[in-house]
Design a protein around this ligand. Structure first.
Ligand SMILES: Nc1nc2c(ncn2[C@@H]2O[C@H](COP(=O)(O)OP(=O)(O)OP(=O)(O)O)[C@@H](O)[C@H]2O)c(=O)[nH]1
Ligand SMILES: [Mg+2]
Length: 220
């Protein structure tokens, strides 16, 4: 997709803070530090639009970015970051649950998993929740530049089996650093925005109940 404009619009923790217009949204979720903000910057050809950090837990609010004046990217706080208080984890968990369960404008969920490792129990839990509620999901294996081509292929198959990923769900190796997978991911997202993807939810998507309690448990 040709990016003509990309701007940060607002940060929110509750529905009262979400943008009030009716544009469709694509949400990016995954454990803390997996590369959500970096992926958003890469897709939008911007270096620092979404804030990134080596320290997990950088993104603490739902951050809405308006793309081409047509739709929103929503950068979600990462789950499974153990080094914060339980109260704070519960707050972030609630923020994500409420957004995912209530937002009818949500057209795709991009679930990011680190391609170097097998999926964690929290990744599997999040994936099963998205499936259970028929959220159109794209799976991205991040930091692909850190492993070789053969390992990428092998680890994608591990993700396919262990998350697991079904045949309607794109599974893409990605690197924000090297630009790997960018065109493939954009084309999946465009299909979902246009409603032409196999298994894409019909508009308006019904709201669905809260996801598992995955923010209150410790990651491995
Ligand atoms: N080598 C490599 N490093 C990456 C890539 N994507 C992200 N990183 C690094 O991983 C770290 C975390 O990236 P972020 O994009 O901030 O991760 P996040 O998922 O937004 O993290 P939270 O906001 O804490 O949930 C940073 O040090 C990035 O530079 C990638 O494709 N390749
Ligand atoms: Mg982030």
């Amino acid at each position: 997709m040709k990016i003509t404009s990309a701007e940060f619009i607002t940060a929110a923790v509750a529905p009262s803070g979400y943008p009030g217009d009716r544009r469709l949204e694509i949400a990016f979720l995954g454990r803390s530090n997996v590369g959500k903000s970096s992926l958003i910057n890469s897709l939008l050809n911007r270096r620092k639009l979404a804030q990134t950090s080596r320290t997990p837990g950088k993104t603490r609010t739902l951050n809405f970015f308006l793309v081409n004046d047509g739709f929103f990217f929503v950068d979600l706080p990462g789950y499974g970051y153990a080094r914060i208080s339980r109260t704070r984890q519960a707050e972030w968990g609630k923020t994500i649950e409420v957004y995912l369960s209530q937002r009818a404008l949500l057209r795709a969920c991009v679930l990011l998993v680190d391609l170097r490792h097998p999926p964690s129990p929290l990744d599997q839990l999040m994936k099963s929740w998205l499936d259970h509620h028929h959220c159109p999901t794209v799976i991205v294996g991040t930091k692909a530049d850190k492993i070789g081509v053969a390992a990428r292929r092998k680890n994608l198959e591990i993700l396919r089996k262990e998350l697991p990923v079904n045949h309607e769900q794109p599974l893409i190796a990605f690197s924000a650093r090297a630009g790997i997978g960018k065109a493939q991911l954009w084309s999946s997202l465009e299909e979902r925005l246009a409603g032409t993807a196999a298994g894409a939810a019909l508009s308006p998507r019904p709201s669905f109940p809260a996801p598992p309690d995955c923010h209150r448990r410790r990651e491995r």
